[in-house]
Design a protein around this ligand. Sequence first.
Ligand code: COA
Length: 171
Amino acid sequence: MIETLLIRPEREFDFDKIRSVVKTAFAGAEHTDGDEHNLVDRLRCTNEYIPELSFIAEVNGNIVGYAMFSRINIGITKAIALAPLAVLPDFQGYGIGRALIEAGHKKAAESDYYCSVVLGSPEYYSKSGYLPASPFGIIPPFDVPPRFYMVFPFKPELPHGTVRYSQAFDG
Ligand SMILES: CC(C)(COP(=O)(O)OP(=O)(O)OC[C@H]1O[C@@H](n2cnc3c(N)ncnc32)[C@H](O)[C@@H]1OP(=O)(O)O)[C@@H](O)C(=O)NCCC(=O)NCCS
């Protein structure tokens, strides 16, 4: 069914389709505030937007998945946060989410980012190498059970402190 999977950075002409993919993917999600597609639009208007770390997954020429990594700070250190990650329901379970995450990590590791953080299912994100953030002293700026907040290191030494997200996350 998945003959050709292409992962590439987003381009402006993808934006409408991305909005629809993110909205549809989260419509069936276990945890959602129903705002993820708007978050993407808001993030693109901030300095924390990183075009080369915002990826689409294309199957047979159609966008079926999306991942955005945006700039965060841990203390004064540059890092990134993965949010949102979305794959259309019919295409879930084929490794597309994992491929999007890997593409982001590969590109980010070539830059100066120290780590990526994510809020989400530890069962899912641990499959892509995410570890609990709290033993690293990396603290989310919101109240969440520690096991749902994770980090993927790109460097051997990580900063610690409270994470500062783009204002786009405030709604
Ligand atoms: C979460 C989501 C992005 C996963 O995408 P996907 O393409 O189906 O994931 P993959 O196929 O790459 O899965 C990779 C691995 O995780 C497993 N997995 C998939 N969904 C999982 C879940 N919800 N919980 C735990 N493990 C999961 C897969 O079985 C696979 O494991 P394996 O390598 O041992 O076979 C997708 O289900 C989605 O868009 N959901 C709705 C939006 C959402 O919840 N986003 C995440 C917000 S935190």
